[in-house]
Write a protein that binds this ligand. Structure first.
Ligand code: ATP
Length: 227
């Protein structure tokens, strides 16, 4: 995956998730972030052992396989198996430290989050350290408007404080430093979630066109999410 653009290091997007299963919302999030923010590529990183939720409905290996199928054909996407292979819980701060060590101190990294994930940031392990390790890009996610308002009006005081002086609307700022900015961006509203897809399959309904056909075939072949 090329990270060099116009002689400077193009920022690398980092999209983690349970991906149980990966779906069109995730893929559009990655693609629209890439385009809107001028990213050189996006690493899709399935969580091995997600710290914030119960056991996923499919194994880490299945979720990794589905992410690989979904990324096939997009040269800007790469699937990173680091969290699936790790023995420890899938903490984003550890993943960013690993990427920082792998790619060097100059490489701009952009952690891509949906607005719902971003609002939960203060519950994440060593969350205040994330800002120094990467930029954070926040996509407005449809249907997610806590207190009836849109981000960034909805931030908790501690998150608001952490973001103060970091906010930018200019994607060019992401190339200038390896991390440290928080940038919101709008994406095409897609009210798709992995839970919706699991529910549809469990109830015998079709989730077709909410996710890639190859992932749908994998779910059917491996009898995932039937109960
Ligand atoms: P679940 O329904 O099981 O909670 P999910 O669909 O929210 O799962 P995750 O793997 O938990 O998927 O999400 C990974 C990341 O993708 C998060 O940052 C989340 O905000 C974002 N995301 C998921 N679905 C969408 C969507 N439809 N639009 C924008 N962002 C999304």
């Amino acid at each position: 995956m090329a990270t060099e653009r116009h002689g400077a290091l193009a920022p690398l997007g980092v999209l983690g998730g349970t991906f149980d299963p990966i779906h069109t919302g995730h893929l559009r999030l990655a693609e629209e972030a890439r385009e809107a923010l001028g990213l050189g590529g996006v690493r899709l990183i399935p969580a091995g052992r997600p710290p914030h939720r119960g056991e996923p409905g499919s194994t880490a290996d299945d979720r990794l396989a589905m992410a690989r199928l979904a990324a096939t054909g997009n040269a800007a996407f790469a699937v990173d198996d680091g969290e699936v292979r790790a023995q420890h819980k899938s903490y984003t701060v550890l993943t960013l430290e690993r990427l920082r060590a792998e790619l060097g101190p100059q490489q701009p990294l952009v952690l891509i989050l949906g607005a719902d994930a971003f609002e939960g940031l203060p519950t994440w392990h060593r969350w205040t350290e994330l800002f120094a390790l990467a930029h954070i890009a926040v996509a407005n996610r449809p249907g997610y408007a806590p207190h009836g308002r849109r981000w960034p009006a909805t931030l908790s005081p501690e998150l608001d404080l952490a973001c103060r002086d970091r906010r930018t609307a200019d994607s060019a700022a992401l190339r200038a430093t390896p991390g440290g900015h928080v940038i919101p961006f709008d994406m095409t509203p897609l009210a798709i979630s992995a839970s919706l897809i699991r529910d549809l399959v469990r109830n015998g309904h079709s989730p077709r066109y909410l996710l890639p056909e190859s992932v749908l075939d994998y779910i059917a072949a491996h009898h995932l999410y039937r109960k």
